[in-house]
Design a protein. Structure first.
Length: 393
């Protein structure tokens, strides 16, 4: 189906753009004179403001059936704003990051709810679509490391702008009002009340929050942390490539694992691999280990994310799909990003890589305990009925 090919192309170039730019943004900010604590404060503040505004995107998308327009803006605006990251002024960088995050923060809930519905209609799986972003991120991360090694990091915005431009072209080919997305009709506030009245869903959100806040130590600070223990930018790119490429088999076969273990147990498995991942780095803090341990990225983040998105889709009514994904994204990426950027930036600055990794191991351990509670709870206890269509898992 042409729509599926275009949707996969959209995800692919999102990954290429994000992988080539996002992982090296902290390097650019440090190049501009900011330290780790300032970078964490900038990103946490920008993310917090974006969280407050994000519900407006749900209203625009749901009420006015403007999914394609929202996706285009979520890609195009951050790409254009990236040209301003060359500034040395903290306030200007804060404004740029905040505006970019306001637009980019809507990508995941809108695109993922769209992709799940499209996969259902085409008889495919969400993981087979989402893995294209991981492929793009893997290639983009390696390309980014080579670019930074051969050119000034201050011009890293250029490939980001070009790759996002291609993503916009793919977004323009998607249906303006997809049949699959007409189920997004319930108001955001009413949907939140129903979802947050479910204690098992709250435990799921809490576990996801504690697990994913540790990912800022990887996504935001990995290059800086790697350099602080003697690693080079080139090898950092290899580590980022390994991490992203291991998402591909995890996401491709996630549906089979979920069918065998169930979504709740798959979430728990992913969380436990997070604990292992950070524990290894606590025990062996060296550049070689920091590269090698990234083979666990797919089994931790990749497997966890697919199971989480499908879990939300499973327990959410058809007319609340966008709301459910938005609530999950606000907690998983939003609040977790705020805490993670602040906490891990301070820990890296004050205590080094070892203290940051120890904090991540403890946080993911507590998150795993909450997800153990979710896994032990029977599906019959969930007050929100399963949607009439599956998630393709």
């Amino acid at each position: 189906m042409k729509k599926m090919l275009n949707l996969r192309g959209f995800y692919l170039f999102l990954g290429l753009a994000g992988g080539s730019f996002g992982s090296y943004l902290t390097l650019l900010l440090k190049h501009n004179g900011l330290d780790s604590s300032q970078i964490g404060m900038l990103m946490a503040t920008g993310t917090l403001i974006a969280i407050c505004i994000q519900p407006l995107w749900g209203v625009i998308s749901d009420r006015y059936n403007q999914t394609r327009l929202v996706l285009i803006l979520s890609v195009a605006v951050p790409a254009v704003l990236a040209t301003l990251y060359q500034s040395e002024y903290f306030i200007l960088l804060l404004v740029v990051y905040t505006l970019a995050t306001i637009f980019s923060s809507t990508q995941a809930p809108i695109a993922d709810s769209y992709a799940i519905a499209a996969a259902n209609q085409a008889g495919a799986t969400y993981g087979s679509i989402r893995m294209m972003m991981s492929i793009g991120a893997a290639v983009g991360a390696f390309m980014g490391s080579q670019y930074v090694s051969h050119f000034s990091v201050s011009t890293i915005w250029l490939p980001y702008l070009l790759l996002n431009g291609v993503a916009v072209i793919f977004a323009l080919t998607l249906p303006k009002e997809a049949e699959e997305n007409r189920m997004m009709s319930q108001s955001f506030s009413n949907g939140i009340k129903k979802l947050l009245g479910n204690k098992i869903f709250l435990a799921f959100l809490g576990g996801s929050f504690l697990v994913n806040q540790t990912m800022t130590a990887f996504g935001t600070y990995f290059v800086l942390a790697f350099q602080s223990v003697g690693g080079s930018t080139s090898y950092a790119g290899i580590a980022l490539f390994i991490a992203s490429v291991t998402n591909v088999p995890s996401m491709l076969y996630a549906s089979k694992i979920i069918r065998k273990l169930g979504r709740e147990r798959t979430l728990l498995l992913g969380a436990l691999i997070y604990v292992l991942r950070w524990g290894i780095q606590v025990a062996f803090p060296s550049p070689v280990v920091m590269v090698a341990v990234q083979v666990l990225h797919g089994l931790s983040f990749g497997l966890f994310y697919i199971a989480a998105v499908e879990y939300v889709s499973q327990i959410t009514l058809p007319e609340m799909q966008a709301t459910g994904q938005s609530v999950f994204n606000i907690v998983f990426s939003g609040f977790a990003g705020v805490l993670g950027n602040l906490l891990n930036g301070i820990l890296l600055e004050q205590g080094g890589v070892g203290l940051m990794n120890l904090s991540c191991m403890l946080s993911s351990s507590v998150g795993a305990l909450l997800l153990f509670y979710v896994a032990r709870s029977t599906r019959g206890s969930l007050p929100l009925p399963v949607a009439s269509k599956g998630t393709g898992a």
